[in-house]
Structure formats: C-alpha cells, structure tokens
Design a protein around this ligand. Structure first.
Ligand SMILES: Nc1ncnc2c1ncn2[C@@H]1O[C@H](COP(=O)(O)OP(=O)(O)OP(=O)(O)O)[C@@H](O)[C@H]1O
Ligand SMILES: [Mg+2]
Length: 383
C-alpha cells in the first residue's frame, strides 16, 4: 500500500473511531496507516545519510526522505529511549495523528522496529523560521506583511492546540526553529505533543541539556517547573519580538542593554520609542501593526502568569478592531535570562491521564549565575 493511501486509511480509521482504540500490533494487522516499515524509510532517506540530514534537535536527527510515489517526508529519529512501552507510544502517536490544523506540521505516522523509534512528518521545503529571520540575506524575503501573516498563523495554530484540539496540548518548546514554513511561507508549528512520548524520563536528562541562553522559557517554568498554557504564551511573546525585530532573543554581540531582547523592548516601550525595535532591514512596514505586535509581545511576557493573555484573547486582539489591548507592566525578565544549562522545554513533564496533573519531572539543572534551582511542580493541563 502506498503511503498516501496508508495515511488516508489511517485517518479514516481514527476519524471513525471516536475514542482511541488500544494499540494494535505493529505487524500491520489493524493499523496499516500508522506504521512505516524501517526498510522503506531507510530507502527513502538513503540509509539516513548525512546528506539527507536536515538538522539535529533535542530528540535526535531529522532526515529528508523521498517515497516511491514522489512524496517528500521528514523523518525524526528519536535517539532517546522512552520508558513508554510499545502500546503507550502507539497510542500517543494515534492521538497526535488526530491533531490536525493548517498551521501545524502534519504527522504522517511512525516507525517502531527493535530499538528504533521514528516519527514521520510532511516535509516543509523552507525549513524553519529561524533560518530566515536571523539570516541577513534570507530575511529580506520576510517583508512586514509576511511577518504579520506568520504571527497570525502561529496564533491560530496555538489557539487550536490549547483550546480546540481533541486533547489540550501545551507545546512547551515554542521557538523560531519549531516554526516551519511551507512553500508560500505559511507557518506551521512543529514538534507539538512530543513530550507525551517521553513521560517522566529523568535518566536521559543529559541528552537534552543545552548550553547557552534559552530566553524563550517562562520564568515560572524555568525555575519551578510550573507548566500551563501560559508557558507557551510567554515563549510566543518572545518569538513575536524576534519576528518584529529580526534578531535573536539573546545576542551577546550587541552592547549592554540591547543584548537581551525582552529587557530592551521593555525599555524602549517605557520611553515610548518601541518602533526603534523594528528590523532596520524592513524598508516599509505598518507602524500601527508593528506597535501592536510589540505591545502584544510584552503582554505575553508578563512576569505574572495571570496577566498574560490566553490564545483566545490574543487571537481577538489581532483580529478585532474593537478589542483593545491592555498596557503591559514589567515583563518577566528575571529567571529566564543568563548563562545556564537547561533542558529543552518539552521533556520534563508527565501528565497523569486520570487527574490531568502535569508534573515537571526530573532535576533539570538550571544554573543561573551559579545557582541551581528547578524542581518539581504541577499544574492542571486539562480543560
Ligand atoms: N518536517 C520538516 N520539514 C523540513 N525541515 C524540518 C522538518 N522538521 C525539522 N526540520 C528541520 O530540521 C531541523 C531540526 O529539527 P529538530 O526539531 O530536530 O530540532 P530543533 O527544532 O532545532 O530543536 P528541538 O529538538 O528543540 O525541536 C529544524 O530546525 C528544521 O530546520
Ligand atoms: Mg524542532
């Protein structure tokens, strides 16, 4: 069976089933569309050759593949061991297959053979937003209208994940490299729901460690492991500031106060000079929209979780003239900035299916100015 027909039969099956069926075996008996054979992925990716590698993230490498019917795919090899058994893993993948929206990267299925676990996605030819935004030449293709379009598309995708999907998904790792762009530069959020595949797996913490500044992470999550939809809102706010300014959230090449984008945006905003933040490479832009986006970015990054808007309000703020945006107070600058080592945001959580309580598990090492803090806390991820 070709993978397109595999896929549609899989979707058909899921669509008609209502609740998720228990995982079937991987011998292709009952879930023909869910599974890709290792052999066919090996052939599609030229045996996972380096030439086919698109990148390497916290979960492992990603390869471009070409199926016999001409369809391009992206294969994410999960190089971490998940404690999940085959059944749980399969059920999570089945759930993720149901999470579909035009602003989300489409998951096509998975491959589980021996120790190998892989996820197969649609291939997005323009790679990720960071490869445009932070590249002097490529950023020229992102005029203001496209940037605004990208922001509103991400809002729609996140609104769907938080409020409309069959199950609420907190992304936990919203950042420019997790926004992929299609051939028309429409944004699609990638890697949603990945944390569900690695519940409570403390032993692989080292694999996730990243060095440097991870300024996207909300302070309450970085420091206390407190997780909510507002964790994503904070990261989204940082990303909006990056899209408007065309620079990374932390840039040590910039002098003093400019190095941290959030602090700098707040300073300019207080001095009523916020438009100085706008990417100087933009020949023309709407001052009204840019000012609105900067205000929105700051609002999303409020230190107090309660003062951050939810995705519903953000959607209204951007789409309705009659919805006025509150003035932001001081954003949550402390706790997320500085040199530290931390996990990527998506890993250390574990949702209890009965209680809906999400725990940030493990001893994520978060060393800011030589202090280690991050522990465990919980929050209701359910609706
Ligand atoms: N479906 C896809 N189509 C095209 N390119 C992709 C696809 N998925 C990933 N990539 C590319 O591969 C790179 C690595 O992706 P990956 O998700 O592994 O790492 P990351 O996003 O940088 O970090 P993280 O593991 O935290 O998500 C991405 O930056 C992107 O450029
Ligand atoms: Mg990614």
């Amino acid at each position: 069976m070709g993978f397109r027909s595999c896929f549609s039969s899989c979707l058909h099956k899921l669509g008609s089933g209502g609740s998720l069926a228990p995982a079937e075996g991987i011998d292709g008996d009952d879930s023909p569309g869910l599974f890709f054979e290792l052999r066919s992925l090996q052939i599609a990716t030229n045996f996972f050759s380096e030439l086919n590698q698109l990148g390497h993230g916290g979960f492992g490498p990603v390869y471009k593949g070409l199926m016999p019917n001409g369809q391009e795919i992206a294969v994410k090899k999960l190089s971490l061991n998940s404690r999940q058994g085959m059944k749980e893993f399969t059920n999570e993948v089945k759930l993720l297959l149901k999470i579909q929206h035009k602003n989300l990267v489409m998951l096509l299925g998975c491959c589980v053979e021996g120790d190998e676990k892989m996820l197969v996605y649609e291939y997005l030819p323009n790679k990720s937003l960071d490869t445009f935004l932070f590249d002097e030449k490529r950023s020229a293709s992102l005029d203001w209208a496209k940037r605004f379009h990208i922001i509103t598309g991400i809002v729609r995708g996140l609104l769907y994940l938080h409020e409309e999907a069959p199950e609420r998904i907190i992304h936990r790792d919203i950042k420019a490299s997790n926004i992929l762009l299609d051939e028309h530069l429409n944004p699609k959020i990638s890697d949603f729901g990945l944390a569900r595949l690695f519940p409570g797996d403390d032993t692989h913490m080292d694999t996730f460690k990243i060095s440097g500044t991870h300024g996207y992470m909300a302070p309450e999550y970085a420091i206390r492991g407190y997780l909510s939809v507002k964790t994503d809102v904070f990261s989204f706010g940082i990303m909006v500031l990056e899209i408007v300014s065309g620079r990374k959230n932390h840039d040590t090449r910039l002098p003093g106060e400019k190095a941290d984008l959030l602090s700098y945006a707040w300073k300019l905003y207080q001095d009523d000079k916020q438009l100085e933040l706008v990417d100087s490479g933009l020949a023309r832009y709407s001052q009204e929209e840019a000012a609105m986006c900067i205000q929105l970015g700051l609002l999303c990054c409020q230190a107090s979780v309660a003062e951050r808007p939810d995705m519903n309000s953000i959607h209204l703020m951007l789409s309705s003239d009659s919805f006025s945006m509150p003035r932001p107070g001081r954003p949550g600058i402390q706790g997320r900035v500085g040199r530290f080592t931390s996990t990527t945001g998506s890993m250390f959580t574990n949702t209890n299916p009965t209680t809906g309580i999400t725990k940030a598990s493990g001893i994520s090492s978060f060393a800011e100015e030589s202090t280690n803090s991050i522990s465990v806390s919980s929050i209701d991820e359910g609706r």
